[in-house]
Design a protein around this ligand. Structure first.
Ligand code: AMP
Length: 404
């Protein structure tokens, strides 16, 4: 168990908090969605209540080590100020004399946001001297940016050793609790649902989950590589030819471990679709297959009704569910049914007492699209980080933090 902000002395301290304010901005630098800022409010409010002086640091976009005015964090400071009802000070940079002065003069109960960490190439290089300069601004380090803990950067990993005290904030604590409990002490049956576009992205996740789950549902484009491995016709579905052997191997491993593995037994298919724009041409032919085989000239874009019927009781009976990746091209209405149905089934199972953990990215959009985002146990805030967690990898930003 990692130390949290509840375990450390905060009164009168200058607390450096790594947050994830990588918020979407429009062309007028207006924030179009501030959920990442809102998500940090509990930690910041707690630190202020404990009479700390709060120094926040984040990256925004990919400025590639240079100052790019359109990637300034200034709009985030203004928005945070509105939420906290105080003036959030904005530093001109994240290091340097002027920033140091602002940090030094910051009083308990005040908040300072540093400018974009990635304006400096040293951030992503986890440069020691840069990490030390960041650390010199405060006395305590708090990690509350789960979306970046899989990266060994100066502000996520390097900084920790230069400060006497470090802990995780409430956001990271919650992620570790739900992801950690699902993997380490799941209520059984434990079901994992994996979808998305590529098997290659998820091999390590499947490998790790095969030693933990009772059942595994595979959907999305990656299912076609598994179907191919089973000798089933996949038409022109997205198959990763060089991963067919890996898929066959994973199927064998699942059998050897007596894990119930579900791959689609029918599909929604289409003869043409533009994956870039997520549009179907007007003359495209959309059909349901009668079985697992996909005819020549067609590609699978969603699971079919028989598959949903077969997996529905599996989701219903699960006590722990981890879900990452859509089961079809859910961005297109006609191919979203499988993913939306799964989201609803996961929500129903949760209402009956199951713990459900939704990995970042597209499964989160799917859960929202299905209107059940309030009905699942935990939605992870970090796509890449949650995947690496499910792979069983040590995350550098977490490993650097001290245990209780
Ligand atoms: P990922 O980023 O790996 O989680 O994959 C998400 C993407 O997979 C989404 O944009 C989906 O549209 C896509 N996807 C899901 N199922 C299919 C499919 N059967 N064919 C092509 N793309 C798919």
């Amino acid at each position: 168990m990692k130390k949290t902000i509840k375990d450390i002395e905060l009164a009168g301290k200058k607390v450096l908090v790594r947050v994830d304010y990588n918020v979407p901005l429009d062309d007028k630098q207006q924030i179009t969605n501030d959920k990442r800022i809102v998500a940090t409010l509990p930690t910041i409010k707690y630190l202020l209540e404990q009479k700390a002086a709060v120094i926040l640091m984040s990256h925004l976009g990919r400025p590639k080590g240079k100052v790019v005015a359109s990637m300034s964090l200034k709009p985030a400071a203004a928005r945070l100020g509105e939420h906290l009802n105080i003036n959030v000070k904005m530093a001109p940079d994240c290091i340097g004399a002027e920033t140091e002065k602002m940090a030094m003069e910051l009083k308990s109960g005040e908040v300072l946001l540093l400018e974009n960490l990635r304006y400096h190439p040293e951030e992503e290089k986890n440069d020691e001297a840069f990490a030390k300069k960041l650390a010199s601004l405060g006395e305590v380090f708090v990690q509350d940016a789960f979306g970046t803990v899989h990266r060994a950067h100066a502000s996520t990993a390097g900084i920790v050793k230069f400060l006497k005290t470090a802990a995780c904030g409430f956001l990271v604590e919650k992620e570790l609790k739900f992801l950690g409990e699902a993997l380490d002490k799941p209520k059984r049956p434990f079901l994992a649902i994996l979808g998305g576009s590529k098997v290659s992205d998820k091999i390590a996740v499947i490998e790790n989950l095969l030693s933990k789950v009772d059942s595994l549902i595979i959907g999305g484009a990656m299912a076609y590589t598994f179907l191919k491995a089973e000798g089933i016709e996949t038409g022109k579905s997205l198959v990763e030819a060089d991963k067919v052997d890996v898929a066959r191997d994973l199927i064998k491993k699942a059998q050897a471990k007596h894990i119930k593995l579900f791959i689609p037994i029918d599909h929604i298919i289409v003869d043409k679709v533009d994956f870039e724009t997520k549009k179907i041409p007007a003359d495209a032919v959309i059909k349901e297959t009668e079985g697992a085989d996909i005819p020549q000239g067609f590609m699978g874009v969603d699971v079919g009704p028989m598959t949903l019927q077969r997996i529905s009781p599996v989701v219903n009976e699960a006590a722990t569910i981890v879900w990452n990746g859509p089961l079809g091209v859910f961005e297109i209405e006609q191919f979203s049914k499988g993913t939306i149905e799964i989201a609803k089934l996961v929500a129903q199972a949760t209402e009956k007492g199951a713990t459900s953990v939704i990995g970042g990215g597209d499964s989160v959009s799917a859960v929202k699209k299905a209107g059940v985002d309030k009905k699942v146990t935990h939605i992870s805030t970090g796509g890449g980080a949650s995947l690496e967690f499910l792979e069983g990898k040590e995350l550098p930003g977490i490993a650097a933090l001290p245990n209780k």
